[in-house]
Ligand binder design. Structure first.
Ligand SMILES: Cc1cc2nc3c(=O)[nH]c(=O)nc-3n(C[C@H](O)[C@H](O)[C@H](O)COP(=O)(O)O)c2cc1C
Length: 171
């Protein structure tokens, strides 16, 4: 099973990137082949412009993965501009792929905003989402680190479930 983790935030202090890193660490511990695509290293261009080399590379990695984990911040109770560009330009041949969401938000009330991502992936590509979502807010972090023990446990559970269901859907 090969998992691609897309960290979609362009912030140099991204908290969702820390969640992606922790999930990656857990997958590695469990001997799952995984790789993070850090969108801060992609030259992102809107959909009507030609794709950059780094966008083509990301497209190919996403296409070749068995399943996908998407790291996102909440912007205006929805997905960010960078994630929308990634979906519009780098999601090719992802029909039916299994995916999970790890999310960082400013406040607890934005929990349901990840449903916008679910709607896009489900309606456009018939993708199947792991129901458990990793959802964190500012209080879970300090000095660029995850400090919440509950959040770490939740990430461990998320990763185990992602592997279990991912393996079943692959066979
Ligand atoms: C333009 C913008 C809009 C935002 N809108 C929301 C929002 O609607 N709800 C919320 O809970 N947090 C909101 N936030 C806070 C981010 O979700 C939060 O900072 C999160 O950590 C961003 O993810 P990142 O750190 O990985 O970039 C917003 C932040 C920005 C920059």
């Amino acid at each position: 099973m090969k998992t691609i983790i897309i960290s979609s935030s362009l912030s140099n202090k991204s908290k969702s990137f820390l969640l992606c890193q922790k999930v990656h660490e857990e997958l590695q511990k469990k001997k799952i082949e995984s790789e993070i695509i850090d969108s801060r290293n992609i030259e992102l261009k809107p959909c009507h412009l030609p794709k950059s080399v780094s966008m083509l590379e990301a497209t190919s990695k996403i296409k070749n993965a068995d399943n996908i984990i998407i790291g996102m911040g909440i912007h205006n109770y929805s997905i960010s501009d960078s994630l929308k560009i990634i979906l519009d330009t780098c999601f090719e041949d992802v029909e039916g792929k299994f995916f999970g969401i790890v999310c960082s938000a400013g406040g607890e009330k934005s929990y349901l905003a990840t449903m916008h991502l679910n709607q896009m992936c489900m309606n456009q590509w018939k993708m199947i989402q792991l129901p458990r979502i990793v959802f964190a807010t500012g209080k879970d972090f300090d000095k660029n680190k995850i400090i919440s023990k509950d959040l770490i446990k939740w990430i461990e559970l998320f990763t185990s479930e992602f592997i279990d269901i991912g393996e079943k859907l692959k066979n």
